[in-house]
Design a protein around this ligand. Sequence first.
Ligand SMILES: [Zn+2]
Length: 167
Amino acid sequence: MIIEQKQHIDKILIPVLREVSDPEIPVLSILDMGVVRSAIIKNNKVEVKITPTYSGCPAMDVIGDDIKLALKEAGYEAEVQLVLSPAWTTDWITEAGRSALKKYGIAPPLEAEADKEALLGNKKIVNCTNCGSSNTKLVSQFGSTACKALFKCDDCLEPFDYFKCLK
Ligand SMILES: [Zn+2]
């Protein structure tokens, strides 16, 4: 089950923030990634709170700057704060985010238990992003980045990334 986190985002800021994407996955908005905890306008200034995804992901350093830039272009001065608790989990990726990942060729994260089985290579449960087949196998625990694992489809022979579950 996907638990969408409570977000407090001023409606007027949603279209601006929707344009900011995860630097590693350009099709995935930071809103769908679930990293924006709040974005509130106070005295013409925007206060944004974000929760980093994988702390080891260099992408997170860029997101704060991208948010400031996007808001600046929309006419707001912004302050970005990091909120570390509660920690981000892949459960916060929205349904829209999951389908964007799939379209981009990255299999979205499974639930924790299934994720473990998949990464141990015990079960064929990660579906190929190209043909949808579950006849896939784990090639490497680490894909193009540490957040992803590399799989290969035995039906269409395409390799693809699987976005690892993180809780
Ligand atoms: Zn396939």
